[in-house]
Write a protein that binds this ligand. Sequence first.
Ligand code: DHE
Length: 586
Amino acid sequence: MKRRAFTARNVLMSSAAMAFALFAGAVYAEEKPADHTDGPAAAYEPSMTTLGQIKVEIPGRKEGDPVMTQEEFQKGTQIYFERCAGCHGVLRKGATGKPLTTDITRENGYEYLQSFITYGSPAGMPNWGTSGDMSEADVDLMARYLLLEPPAPPEFGMPEMLASWKVIVKPEDRPKEKMNDWDIDNLFSTTLRDAGQVALIDGATYEIKTVIDTGYAVHISRISASGRYLFVIGRDAKIVMIDLWMEVPAPVAEIKIGMEARSIETSKFEGWEDKIAIAGAYWPPQYVIMDGDTLEPKKIVSTRGNIYDEQVYHPEPRVAAILASHYKPEFIVNVKETGKIIMVDYTDLKNLKTVEIEAERFLHDGGLDGSKRYFITAANARGKLVVIDTKESKLAAITETGGQTPHPGRGANFTHPVHGPVWATSHLGDESVALIGTDPEGHPDQAWKIVDSFPALGGGSLFIKTHPNSDHLYTDATLNPDAETSGSVAVFTISKMGAADVDPELVTLPIAEWAGIPEGQPRVVQPEFNKDGTEVWFSVWNAKDKESAIVVVDDKTLELKKVIKDPRLVTPTGKFNVFNTRGDVY
Ligand code: DHE
């Protein structure tokens, strides 16, 4: 395999700034990227915006504690959860960032903390003060805050879940057959992030059929195996279950499974279609197994435990991607900080069987290979891909991608003219696209090896996509600091890809320009195909008070087909085509 030395120009120099700005909720290119000095891996950390809103008390005062009012402590907690907890952990015990427990912060003292927060460090700490992201007063507040014991956010167990659980329409009162004439398989459930809603958009007419209220800073949609139920999860851990058979699809059940969450999935194994749902939380660190019809919570499993390699206890390992196996009645659960992948057998919840696979830290997103047997996921902070054989519930391989911070979404499967079946990821930290061989039977020498790596537009890519009926591979560059780059996508022609020593040619599509949005600097995010694989949709994601759009491209000609604009399209990001999402077609 050719090893590429990516050019400094194309490596995402200030990806940290961009990612922090993005995930702290300040999302747009028009906002000044801060001059952080850290690398992209450290930057790709969540903002615990929901936790930032909880009311906390100052923990019992100790001798030598700096004086702080309740109001200041509350503000410090909010800033900490929104900006620091992603790296340093909710409990300050460390994650991708160093621990900030009081034994350490008091040893270092106020001046050290104040200067560290102001100037950052080459090891990855952003320069919050000199970048202007935090005022001098906030830096002072945070330096004092860190000398106090951290507040422990509340747990969220069965009583809290049951209190939040609502069956809006009981299963027996739901339609017995599909009551609308919508082509529900070709609907796009479109995240309207800052509106806390999803728009259901018809894949043929581009009409917004309905807009549904969901959770706060809504994140992803997943669809039950039958295609009937749509599950949407917000960052506040609220799940909304929508029945697509209703005359006008609407929520039939909802629940909160924690205080911060990102993932939701439903059972797909034969005989178990639509029966079970599962969601994973960032806080408290747990996954929850629910009834697939009603969202009744059945079982809460904590992910607290030891890191796979160091065998050191981690108090808050977050649940990242969850996928349903097609080979067994199992869910595949990525536990970020302990680097473990848990195969959860959902057939007998009383005697729950799980297989704990030692994988790598810090697990994030991933998808299935073309045969749907193998789950390939990014341990993004370590630049690696982990491959799980879902038939055997076993680790198949761990491979370095050669790039910085792989971020595949669910990845892209295609048959490469030279290397055979491959799965692709793009990278957050540099311009590369890496292809991993996925055919251990037909191409055993290439299986689970990076068979090619070539440049796309630039660093800051979040998602890559193709479709079995398409000859194109698309990748975005959403977090690239350059507005033109973050407003464009790269397209490669699969049938023209050749040997690894020749980079495939790329075509750039100026998606944001095509959207014709007069104000702001929207970013282009997440290619998603329609059901037949003839069109690919891109979100043109602008500030919430500015116009956004969805741009539809003809996959054969790569020409603009449609710009969907509507005042209701507030901050569109992820789009989930019902057919492709339920069948893991990507
Ligand atoms: Fe996501 C998937 C976590 C920010 C859009 N995102 C995922 C998954 C995880 C995750 C764990 C995989 C879910 C699964 O498959 O079960 N996302 C996080 C974060 O922790 C992070 C970095 C910061 C945060 O505070 O939330 C984050 N994500 C974002 C965004 O800001 C994005 C770009 C816009 C938005 O709407 O929030 C975003 N994430 C997405 C999308 C997917 C996703 C569109 C699903 C992609 C797919 O094709 O399946």
